[in-house]
Design a protein around this ligand. Structure first.
Ligand code: SF4
Length: 473
């Protein structure tokens, strides 16, 4: 039975007029990176934009005049305008002259400006194209939670050079386009200086970073760094928070190519968080071939074993698609057996759904919906059992956590908190629920926790040490 393909909504478009010094330009880049990561497209002209951002300069009177002129032009040409940047500090003057501006935010107020764009042109979030997970899969499409200050997504590239049969990213976002490594590192450094304690490196294919620019070399802190995942990882491992901590750095959407081996020792030294998010999608060679996936499952098991020898507590997360056209019971059983061997720590599973424009829609032998459901239930049961056993083995040990949220005192005065261990990326993995936390604990704090209990996804415990030592630089 043919299924109707899912039609993705058009991405809202943002226009940007960026004025001022190089610092303002970096701000513009950061805002646009964040907006692109949130699913926005960029518009090169006023007419095509759903909203126009004017990043102003207020350094000299002449710069202010130029900024006001730019706001006036954007209002005349488009009408839906958000003002940010240095002149944002003179909100009253701007509103007096241009009462129709939608919002005015100051320099470096990234979250406020992104929030204003979300309000003016709600993002069309889709799990088929967006890298940043939705907090609640049942929530409304536009209902996106902004990243809290203590963690930030760091997008290193756009687009993808692969041609996976179920994916429309290459036609939607184009070929791989890597950002300059010095710009990425500058953004990471600014984020950490501004309070980010956890960086989530995202792209469509993080291991391919820099392939499009032949891994060109740039200067960073007097050193030559290549536009390459391992150089990026090494440099991110050198970052320190203002109070001297090594921030958490997680690598997402990594393919298990040989050069990934080079980052595992950094994880063993805790310069990087020992966590790899690898979207395997399947294990059966037949299905992987039909999916046109860039991976070889036999070598993957060897590689996982070697990584665990170097860094025994590395967490490997992955996602899998069940019910891909042509997937037989034998293919599916192969996947279940492979999971038994691979013993992945965190797994997300999806039932295959055709997305309009994807090559997989034309493949023969669609899997009936009831078979997809049944396989989905089986893979979930399998991966939950693996996860439960792995988490049960942590009871009695200590884990490092970052605090996400601290509650109010209960009737006995006890305060609970929600945290995440090194094994938990925000929104997609589990949590560590803490009882009796010390007063003054706040979101973004690091701590060591004695694990007292576990279920299939989460840990429960108590803080054994209100901090932990930073990795040596
Ligand atoms: S690697 Fe495959 S699934 Fe991922 S973005 Fe590229 S084409 Fe899509």
């Amino acid at each position: 039975m043919a299924t109707t393909p899912i039609i993705l909504p058009d991405a809202p478009k943002v226009g940007m007029v960026s004025l001022g010094c190089p610092k303002a330009l970096v701000d513009s880049e950061r805002i646009l990176t964040r907006l692109r990561a949130d699913g926005y497209a960029m518009s090169a002209d006023y007419a095509g934009a759903d909203v126009v951002l004017v990043n102003t300069c207020g350094f000299l009177d002449s710069a202010k005049e130029e900024s006001l002129a730019a706001i006036g032009e954007a209002i005349a040409e488009n009408g839906r305008v958000i003002v940010t940047g240095c002149m944002g500090n003179e909100a009253e003057a701007i509103r007096a002259r241009f009462p129709s501006v939608l919002a005015v935010t100051g320099a470096h107020q990234y979250e406020a400006v992104v929030e204003a764009v979300h309000e003016a042109a709600p993002p069309s979030i889709s799990p088929y194209v967006d890298l940043i997970p939705q907090a609640d899969p049942n929530s409304h499409l536009g209902d996106v939670k902004l990243t809290p200050r203590h963690y930030s997504y760091l997008k290193i590239s756009e687009g993808c050079n692969h041609a996976c049969a179920f994916c429309i990213i290459p036609s939607l976002r184009g070929k791989l386009a890597s950002r300059r490594i010095d710009a990425v590192l500058r953004e990471a450094e600014k984020l950490v200086a501004a309070g980010t304690r956890e960086l989530l490196v995202i792209s469509q294919d993080t291991s391919a970073y820099g392939v499009d620019v032949r891994h060109e070399t740039r200067q960073w802190k007097g050193r030559e760094v290549r536009t390459h995942m391992t150089d990026l990882a090494r440099e991110l491992g050198q970052l320190r928070t203002p109070d001297g901590h090594t921030p958490c750095v997680r690598l997402h959407y990594v393919y298990p190519y040989p050069h990934v081996d080079a980052v595992i020792p950094l994880m063993a030294e805790r310069l990087l968080t020992p966590y790899l998010d690898i979207p395997f999608q399947h294990a059966s060679p037949n299905v992987l071939r039909a999916m046109k996936r860039p991976a070889n499952e036999a070598k993957v098991l060897e590689r996982l074993k070697a990584w665990r020898e170097i860094c025994p507590d590395i967490t490997v997360r992955s996602s899998f698609v069940v019910g891909f056209p042509g997937e037989t019971e034998a293919d599916f059983q192969y996947l279940l057996d492979w999971l038994d061997e691979a013993q992945l720590d965190r797994v997300g599973a999806f039932r295959f759904e055709p997305v309009a424009g994807a090559a997989a829609n034309d493949l023969p032998d669609p899997v009936p919906e009831e078979v997809k459901e049944e396989r989905y239930a089986r893979i979930m049961a399998k991966t939950e059992a693996i996860s439960a056993a792995k988490l049960a083995a942590k009871v009695g040990s200590t884990v490092r956590v970052i605090v996400d949220d601290v509650g109010e005192p209960d009737e006995d005065g006890d305060i609970g908190a929600t945290a995440r261990s090194e094994a938990d990326a925000p929104e997609i993995d589990g949590a560590v629920y803490l009882r009796n936390v010390p007063e003054g604990l706040k979101a973004g704090d690091f701590a060591e926790v004695l694990v007292e209990d576990a279920d299939a996804h989460d840990l429960f415990g108590v803080i054994s040490r209100p901090d932990y030592p930073s990795a040596p630089q």
